[in-house]
Design a protein around this ligand. Structure first.
Ligand code: DAH
Length: 367
């Protein structure tokens, strides 16, 4: 066929055939197949164009315009069909990919999830104490008898040990019994053993006692505070606790009452109440006639300093231990501590906090 130029009527047939195939092409890929069949390297029209070189000049004069004309028309038709198909494809896509802007948006995990009030309160009090220059110290929930009691000046057999309703583990082979820490005070000891004064730490964490009612759960939370240097005194402690309470309860003034008390690891020891009113079942701070106990505190006992390798003639300091669950209940008006740990999603939806609203002193603690 390359040697013999195609007769004119063959060209017409080829043209009709190609146009029909273009018309039949339903998408751009099938149209491309038609283009390759006609104008590709092995295509029918490319084949015809190659025959021009083998023709006599006279033949070329007549056939040349016919074949080139055919190629031009086929190219034009291909381009036209291509743009029609592209428009149709775009229309179809626009139809299938419509967005209904009236549909409700899907909520994201960070807007659906809730931060537990205890976590929130730990974040809040950490922000407040961090602002006063405290860092956070941690210790394990499973403690030794030595760190939970003995180093804190609870003599073996002392009745104060019994008051702690301790959960003990079975004795080890050497007779030592591990326990679930009954307070965060062993973290004081760990801190004094690990670093030299000046020390300014808070130790928030879980604590355990064999106890359960509306305001007690076997697992609860405390935050310990410890300041040790050469001059730390009760005046500093009082200021710190007052500033803390004002910031935490987000009120301009809080009245506090320091009552003498006893803890083996402090001397003197005190318990602190804050003034409040409880009218109509609602608790308000800085007013009223009621007092609410929120923490125990005192000057660290010289025996505890000695047990931790510090010379009581050189160093002194104060400590406190506060119930986190208690102040969370007070601040956020929850009346049953047991519900905190029942993992009821409805409770969490109601009392929980939005994950991205991080408590800061500048931005607001609970807003
Ligand atoms: N550990 C005490 C308790 O759980 C609370 C406490 C009292 C901690 C006085 C202290 C403190 O650091 O100085 O009852």
């Amino acid at each position: 066929m390359h040697d013999n130029a195609a007769p004119d009527n063959d060209l017409a047939t080829l043209e009709r055939d190609l146009l029909a195939r273009m018309e039949a092409a339903a998408d751009e890929a099938s149209l491309e197949a038609v283009r390759v069949a006609a104008l590709g390297k092995q295509g029918s029209i490319s084949g015809l164009l190659k025959t021009l070189g083998t023709m006599t000049p006279d033949e070329r004069k007549t056939k040349g315009p016919l074949i080139n004309g055919l190629r031009d028309r086929v190219q034009t038709a291909l381009a036209a069909r291509k743009s029609t198909l592209a428009d149709a494809a775009l229309d179809a896509r626009l139809k299938s990919e419509t967005v209904d802007v009236t549909l409700p948006t899907r909520s994201s995990p960070e807007t659906r999830g809730r931060i537990h009030p205890i976590t929130q309160v730990i974040d809040e009090l950490t922000a407040i104490f961090a602002d006063m220059g405290f860092s956070v110290a941690e210790g394990p929930d499973i403690e030794t008898d030595d760190l939970n009691f003995t180093k804190l000046n609870f003599p073996v057999g002392h009745p104060a040990r019994e008051m702690h309703d301790t959960f003990f583990f079975n004795p080890k082979e050497n007779g030592e019994r591990m326990l679930l820490r009954t307070h965060t005070s062993p973290v004081q000891v760990r801190t004094m053993l690990a670093q030299k004064p000046p020390i300014r730490v808070i130790c928030p964490g879980r604590t355990y006692r064999h106890d359960s009612d509306q305001t007690h759960t076997p697992m609860f939370h405390q935050v310990e505070g410890l300041v040790i240097d050469r001059q730390a005194n009760l005046g500093h402690l009082k200021w710190i606790l007052e500033e803390f309470c004002k910031a935490f309860f987000e009120v301009p003034d809080v009245k506090m009452r320091f009552r003498p008390s006893f803890f083996p690891f402090t001397e003197p020891s005190m318990e602190v109440d804050i003034q409040c009113s409880r009218k109509g079942g609602e608790i308000r701070f800085g007013e009223g006639e009621d007092w609410l106990e929120i923490l125990g505190c005192g000057m660290v006992h010289p025996n505890v300093l000695k047990n931790c390798g510090l010379d009581p003639n050189e160093f002194q300091g104060f400590a406190w231990g506060m119930g986190i669950d208690r102040i969370a209940m007070l601040k956020y008006g929850m009346d049953d501590l047991r519900q905190f740990f029942e993992a009821d999603v409805r409770w969490l939806q109601h009392y929980g906090f939005r994950p991205l609203d991080l408590p800061t002193l500048a931005g607001g603690l609970s807003s």
